[in-house]
Design a protein around this ligand. Structure first.
Ligand code: 6R9
Length: 648
């Protein structure tokens, strides 16, 4: 991205200061930036004190063989002990760890001591099945407490887990099991989605046909639906756990012992198994959870409304919140089941104080209308966050006003599966928020925007987002493929981590993430960011969601093609396309005017709500639609192409 990049986003002038009370009592204050700059490793050593170490570390960072980092060298710890036992030992065993809300309305309240007991039983069950430290275990479960129990039981034994999102297909599950050679799969009969049971076990049966290393499949009974059974291999979770002791002595593992592998799709090629290790990951997630969400474990009720099968669930439903002794909400189902106000009912019921979700959810709520959340009392919320994509300024302001009552700070958090923890975000008690900007690298993190040559760009310019110093929760490698790790992240620019995102620094030096660099298009020699055009479209009152792609065009190289979902309130009047084209022209410039505008009812999204523009490009260029295995709902492409109509 160069000077020709258009920059309407930088004209955003709205500012939101932190509320005075939050600023006064904030966990992290402004002086943390200078403290971390003055002594970065000392700062991280201090953050490491959040964790209980069985053996203290002797060195903060060993970076003698970059990009292969070793954090907290010599330290030993157990992740499950840090998430559970130590809180129980400190007298907080009766504190609620999770308020679980099933989609059909069933609920469970689980305290820290109950969760510890269950995790010990699960750990003992896995031992009985022959699991040893280092063995891999695949987890393919819905959003239920057993998912957390399974993850922590693995962590307790030093057996890295790989959680595969329940929406993924048998083939996707098989590939992941094979890639990390998992020996046990933990699944369920099914989960509840959109008002009905959705089966999981058949996909496991299908997948493990081709996975000779899998010796057992543990099955949680969730929906009660019929399952096929392979005697000797399949075991009911309750049968195996029920007979186990609730005592288990955790073993301390090296700080660099593998904790989990999470697969993330590359734009091409097979998914990458991102490896996270124990000590640095726990330090990074607990520090960021505490600072970005200003967590007060005694009083907050925290809700990450995301799937555990996404890194956001790992870091901010499981490890970060539990390491900090937080009370969380966990919700199994879809936001609109059985009615469009389900989330807001949950916020009111549990008096949630912090909500963290994806912009796609926010835009969907905007589409349905502000009258839905208005039916519930949301005044308990004191802080709201966003993750997964750039949040369009209009969505940010709507979120702050409609959900946050016009008073809560919004933390727009930029990070990746690879970073393990939030890297760029406002600090809720310090930063004056700008809608659409993720603002600044957190204290301890060093981010920059560089040009093609790797030179830092001046304020007011765009380029590539990079991370200039290692951080504790960073990925350690791609499972089984060190070369791909080096090539993908550390080869584009010498000595720095290349995130694959485009970004800009505004005149104040604040950061605006513009999306994946592959999502930048070239129209008549101008580089346009999909995010900017989408934000312009979403700022039009008729538009709820928009996805923009570049389709090849004989005259202009690429042309802008926009897919839009109209708001429920939009009358769909005859001139939508004209209106929108004019709007984009006035917001950005004539060059960004979409060539075609297609009205659709849905957009293809991943588990984390990211729009799969690759598939829309296929539609725009009239090709057969490519691989849909990582779509959260693989029926949507059919719905899009069938119902799609050009806006008139
Ligand atoms: C946590 C997560 C990572 C990619 C990342 C970027 C996009 C995430 C964002 C954001 C703009 C934000 N992304 N947060 N873009 N602003 N606040 O999403 O991990 O699924 O690995 O995706 O998501 O493009 O590179 P992951």
């Amino acid at each position: 991205m160069s000077q020709t990049t258009l920059s309407n986003l930088l004209h955003e002038t709205r500012r939101f200061d932190p509320p005075a009370d939050l600023a006064a009592s904030a966990n992290l204050k402004a002086d943390a930036y200078a403290a971390a700059d003055a002594d970065r490793l000392g700062f991280w050593a201090a953050q490491a004190e959040r964790i209980t170490w069985d053996t203290p570390f002797t060195e903060v960072l060993d970076w003698s063989n970059p990009p292969f980092a070793k954090w907290f060298v010599g330290g030993k710890l157990n992740a499950a002990y840090n998430c559970l036992d130590r809180h129980v030992e400190a007298g907080n065993g009766d504190r609620v760890a999770y308020y679980f809300e099933g989609e059909p309305g069933d609920t469970r309240t689980i305290t820290y001591s109950q969760l510890k007991d269950e995790v010990c039983q699960a750990a003992n069950a896995l031992i009985e099945l022959g699991v040893k430290a280092g063995d891999r275990i695949a987890i393919y479960l819905p959003m239920i407490p057993e998912t957390v129990v399974a993850m922590l039981a693995c962590a307790r034994l030093g057996a890295p887990h790989t959680v595969v999102f329940g929406g993924f297909s048998a083939a996707a599950l098989r590939d992941r099991i094979i890639d990390c050679q998992a020996e046990i799969v933990i699944t369920a009969d099914g989960g509840n989605r959109k008002g009905k049971p959705s089966a999981l076990k058949p996909a496991v049966d299908e997948a493990v046909k081709e996975c000779p290393d899998v010796r057992n499949v543990l099955v949680v009974k969730r929906t009660g639906q019929d399952v096929d059974w392979t005697d000797g291999r399949d075991l009911w979770w309750d049968d195996v756990l029920g007979k186990q002791s609730t005592e288990h002595t955790p073993e301390a593992f090296d700080a660099e012992h593998p904790l989990y592998v999470m697969y993330t799709s590359g734009t091409t090629g097979k998914p990458k198994g991102i490896l996270h290790t124990t000590g640095g990951y726990l330090v990074g997630t607990s520090y960021t959870h505490w600072s970005v969400f200003d967590i007060k474990p005694e009083t907050d009720v925290y809700w990450t409304a995301a799937d555990i099968g996404w890194v956001t669930g790992h870091s901010y439903i499981v490890y970060g919140p539990l390491a900090n002794g937080t009370t969380s909400i966990m919700y199994e189902g879809t936001p609109d089941t059985p009615h469009p106000g389900r989330w807001w009912e949950i916020v009111e019921k549990y008096k949630a104080t912090i909500l963290y979700c994806a912009p796609t959810a926010i835009r969907t709520f905007m589409k349905v209308g502000a009258e839905i959340p208005a039916k519930n009392d949301l005044t308990s919320l004191r802080l709201i966050g966003s993750v997964g994509e750039p949040i369009n300024p209009e969505a940010y302001v709507w979120y702050r006003d409609t959900i946050g009552g016009g008073k809560t700070p919004v933390v727009d958090t930029w990070w990746q599966t690879e970073t393990g923890m939030i890297m760029i975000s406002p600090l809720p008690g310090v930063t004056s928020g700008k809608p659409g900007s993720a603002m600044n690298a957190l204290p301890g993190v060093v981010a920059d925007v560089v040009d093609d040559a790797g030179e830092s760009v001046p304020n007011g310019s765009g380029g590539y987002l990079v991370l200039k110093e290692p951080w504790p929760a960073m990925l350690r490698t791609i499972w089984g493929d060190d070369d791909r790790y080096v090539d993908t992240y550390w080869s584009r620019f010498k000595g720095v981590y290349f995130a694959g995102d485009g970004a800009k620094k505004d005149e104040d030096g604040d950061l605006w993430v513009l999306g994946r660099v592959d999502d930048v298009m070239n129209v008549s020699g101008h580089r346009l960011s999909t995010t900017e055009i989408e934000s312009a479209l979403v700022s039009h009152p008729k538009v709820a969601e928009a996805a923009v792609v570049g389709a090849s065009d004989v005259t202009t190289g690429q042309a802008v093609v926009a897919f839009v979902i109209l708001r429920a309130s939009a009358d769909g009047g005859g001139d939508v396309a004209d209106d929108l084209r004019r709007h984009v022209s006035s917001q950005i410039g004539a060059i960004a005017r979409p060539r075609s505008i297609l009205v659709v009812s849905e957009l293809p999204k991943t588990r984390s709500g990211k729009i799969m523009r690759r598939l829309l490009r296929d539609v725009a260029e009239d090709r057969e639609v490519g691989d849909v295995s990582t779509l959260a709902d693989d029926s949507v492409m059919g719905a899009i192409t069938e119902g799609m109509q050009p806006a008139r």
